[in-house]
Design a protein around this ligand. Structure first.
Ligand SMILES: [Mg+2]
Length: 264
């Protein structure tokens, strides 16, 4: 693990302006909380990301959350690049949100399915996410089988696709991007790409890193090992942080080294 940490720091410091640091939000930059609406980045996390965005080629947050949520928690983003809804939304430098795939024709369908899910699930949380619908069993684990069954039924009946996330399933329009799409896009012109994640949705980003590595790039797969982090993510990681606090320490050390080498 220590050599993983040292290796990660060296890789990102080797050519800072050609290095990218990308991170998930919940569970990585923010502790997981029972009510997702209350999640906040760890104190100091936003500041260190802003500082790193001036020291590295690209620093970005790639989340399943809507861009409006990321803006609320991380604004003003300055040099930090924000991608919401797994890359469906991009925050422009002026703070406005660009929707990257035309999905308006799905809005009515998503609304109808949200209503149906609310009627049929007793305790699960139905979260309408602008262009997708998440069904959470956090806080009601006994509802997992019922949520899975309903989500599968709704997907089959509507043509929407299912995505696994932490204690939840998400229904989304076919052709929606995933975190891997964002990694591939931001990796252009970069020699080293690091990605931080804690969840099933981050495996798509690790897949993209695998491809970049096969193409000759240096990559760093960082897992934040919360209680619910999937085994596969931990197994594939080059480096594991125990929690967002340990990630913050790593990023502080990275910023220190980059600043020192800039001065020296
Ligand atoms: Mg996460």
């Amino acid at each position: 693990l220590n050599s993983g940490r040292e290796g990660a720091l060296r890789a990102l410091c080797a050519a800072p302006h050609h290095s990218a640091l990308l991170s998930d939000f919940d569970g990585s930059l923010a502790e997981i909380v029972t009510d997702p609406a209350l999640a906040r980045p760890l104190p100091g996390m936003r500041e260190i990301l802003l500082r790193l965005s001036g020291l590295l080629g690209v620093v970005a947050v790639v989340s399943g959350r809507p861009a409006s949520f990321l803006l609320d928690r991380l604004a003003p983003p300055e040099g930090l690049r924000l991608f919401g809804l797994y890359g469906l939304e991009r925050v422009r430098p002026d703070g406005t949100v660009e929707l990257r795939v035309e999905l308006d024709r799905y809005l009515e369908l998503l609304e109808r399915l949200a209503e149906e899910a609310r009627e049929r699930l007793a305790f699960a949380v139905v979260e309408e996410k602008e262009y997708s619908l998440a069904l959470h069993w956090r806080g009601a684990p006994e509802e997992e089988p019922a949520v899975r069954e309903l989500a599968t039924e709704l997907a089959l009946g509507s043509g929407l696709v299912l995505r696994e996330a932490k204690m939840s399933l998400e229904l989304l329009p076919p052709g929606s991007p995933d975190k891997g799409s964002v990694v591939r896009e931001l990796a252009a012109k970069m020699r080293c790409v690091a990605y931080v994640g804690d969840d099933l949705g981050d495996l798509a980003a690790f897949d993209a890193l695998d491809e970049l590595e096969a193409g000759g790039s240096t990559v760093v797969r960082i897992a934040v090992a919360g209680a619910e982090a999937p085994d596969e993510l931990l197994r594939r990681a080059d480096l594991a942080c125990a929690d967002p606090g340990e990630l913050l320490e790593l990023l502080e050390e990275l910023a220190r080294r980059l600043s020192d080498s800039q001065e020296g």
